[in-house]
Design a protein around this ligand. Sequence first.
Ligand SMILES: [Zn+2]
Length: 267
Amino acid sequence: MTARVWIATIAALLSALSVGGLAHATAPDADTLPSYVASIGAQLDPRVERTLVQLVGTGRQLLALRSYLRSAPHLAERWSWTQEQIEAFEDSPQQRDLQREIEKVRVVFVAASPGFELYVNSQVRSLDVQVENWNSNGSVEAAAKGILAAAQALILSPGFAANRPEQARESLKAFLSGYKPVPTPTIAAPGLSLHGQMRAIDFQVHQDGRVVAGPGTASIATDWAAAGWAARLDAAVRAASDKFVGPQASPPAPWHYTYVPEAVARD
Ligand SMILES: [Zn+2]
């Protein structure tokens, strides 16, 4: 085949593709994604439906919906506390137990690293704060772009049953449940953060009121790994308490420990 024939062939292919594309656009349309998101959300816990509409953009909604689908069996017990539940926790014996465990870690940490302080934000992370974080976090934004593009491709693919809503919804659900976000979001979908039931603690290292090592992916290599704070925090946590599990490995968060009020068996 000569170069000229090749060019003619490619031109013919391209025009066939664009005709096909146009014909496609009149039938299944990527713009139907928001309605699928709404109808899948409506099948889940009512709190999911109320939360999804507060998330900015279909990509962020799809990414959160993926988490809600995957944790559907545990959604009710994992869902973040309401304002009333947060207030009930304040000054409760459960809160005092937690404070006591944190204090044990702090004492051991400070003894091993004189001149430094261990700081913990003891506020429960409310659903509103989690929604704000989801709408502003960089890793969520990047992962949302990826999942949006992949879901649009699914909906526009020839095999997608756009004319059979039930089946279309099921294939989108299966796709979302199996999808691996890139990058892995550094925070949990709103409502699912363990901070929302005070089941997670973020430790920070301070010195003279200044943050030496704080929560933030950008500081892991320098402040937590190279400067050694991840190891020093972990040593203090392990020596002082049997009620923290961690730190979180995926995505890495050397400051984040799960709080398990029932003592954890360690080997
Ligand atoms: Zn955390």
